[in-house]
Write a protein that binds this ligand. Sequence first.
Ligand SMILES: Cc1cc2nc3c(=O)[nH]c(=O)nc-3n(C[C@H](O)[C@H](O)[C@H](O)COP(=O)(O)OP(=O)(O)OC[C@H]3O[C@@H](n4cnc5c(N)ncnc54)[C@H](O)[C@@H]3O)c2cc1C
Ligand SMILES: *[C@@H]1O[C@H](CO)[C@@H](O)[C@H](O)[C@H]1NC(C)=O
Length: 390
Amino acid sequence: MEKEIEVLVLIIGAGPAGLATSACLNRLNIPNIVVEREDCSASLWKRRSYDRLNLHLAKQFCQLPHMPFPPNTPTFVSKVGFISYLDGYATHFNISPRYNQSVKSAYFDGGQWTVEVENAETGSREVYSARFVVAATGENGHGVIPEIPGLVESFEGEYMHSSEYKNGEKFAGKNVLVVGSGNSGMEIAYDLSTWNAKVSIVVRSPVHVVTRGIVWIGMWLLKFFPVKLVDRWCVLLAELRFGSLSRYGLVRPKIGPFMNKIITGRSPTIDVGCVGEIKSGKIQVVPSIKRIEGKRVVFVDGRTRIVDSIVFATGYKSSISKWLQVDNGNLFSESGMPKSEFSDHWKGKNGLYSAGFGRQGLAGISRDAQNIARDIESLVCLRSMNKLSC
Ligand SMILES: Cc1cc2nc3c(=O)[nH]c(=O)nc-3n(C[C@H](O)[C@H](O)[C@H](O)COP(=O)(O)OP(=O)(O)OC[C@H]3O[C@@H](n4cnc5c(N)ncnc54)[C@H](O)[C@@H]3O)c2cc1C
Ligand SMILES: *[C@@H]1O[C@H](CO)[C@@H](O)[C@H](O)[C@H]1NC(C)=O
């Protein structure tokens, strides 16, 4: 049996983006429902991140709209601190997401969105009908593991995506290969090393390694100076801090860290201790994997290594295309990210919005949420004006 539930705004996903959008709408008294496939909010932070994670950016860039962090919060908020902030945020703005509600499809027809939801616990189906839909399912919908010859067929060890990695306890004394030199990869490699695993890290392409202090200074300088200039200063600071890292296998991209983020969406990697371990030879840098045979990993330069476990910190993909089959609004491309020609990445057609797909982290999420709420408010008001009641 299917129930049909009518609501003005349906928000899909109870991560920071969904919560922020709901809060902004609640402040304007605009009715909305948040549906979430897991049985908690902020599941990426609660279930799919490693223990030692802290926010990479200073707190003023990570707070959600209309509720700053409490005054005694440290500049760099811990994972536990951020989770408790998010729980407090939901309570403060009276948001009660409907849990275990996994959206399976959404389409626009006859002036309304029809959204089919499966209850993850009971398997029963429900249908929502909404005037506006906010996709807030995240840029990190599901983890990506690259196809490597021999990995699935022959690897005799254990492998996992970084989203399944908690800490290095069970890897003590083991040979572990971490694939990827982004924030997750470098931090997990360091974590493993502190648990006395024998770690190698695959660094495939040039990477900007910086400190969170450098990013903090850079973001402040960006208020006054052009990106290119700030980039030059940040690279200088990073070189002063780390020296040249190319002889260890860490080569800087030609484009500066902030420009690179704008162009490619790739954030600079914030060192939390991995560089020191690389310099001391405790963690070894290796190039791309060519193939895997049993426990032997062969790299593109011909080196080989016997490996017990592999952690793939190879990024995420949006899972929009799994449920938004017919994107009548043309907001998203096949990759599940808003099309680049959309300057307003947060707004599609027919009342479809996206929150948290601007590649701008939590600061971008805050802007999206406020833009969406304001836009819906103006449309709702226009509609009721036509009925002469606004
Ligand atoms: C390890 C890690 C560290 C990070 N650190 C920072 C940082 O320091 N600073 C920063 O600004 N950003 C950081 N980020 C970026 C991160 O993406 C954001 O912080 C934030 O969590 C994104 O919020 P979101 O709400 O857009 O997506 P998510 O947090 O991913 O939330 C999306 C929610 O939607 C739900 N969902 C998905 N599909 C469906 C469906 N079909 N039906 C119903 N529900 C669904 C998911 O279960 C999830 O709860 C980090 C990301 C990772 C992975
Ligand atoms: C969600 O499902 C789990 C089991 O999968 C169950 O334990 C939990 O109570 C459910 N939560 C809600 C709010 O329905």
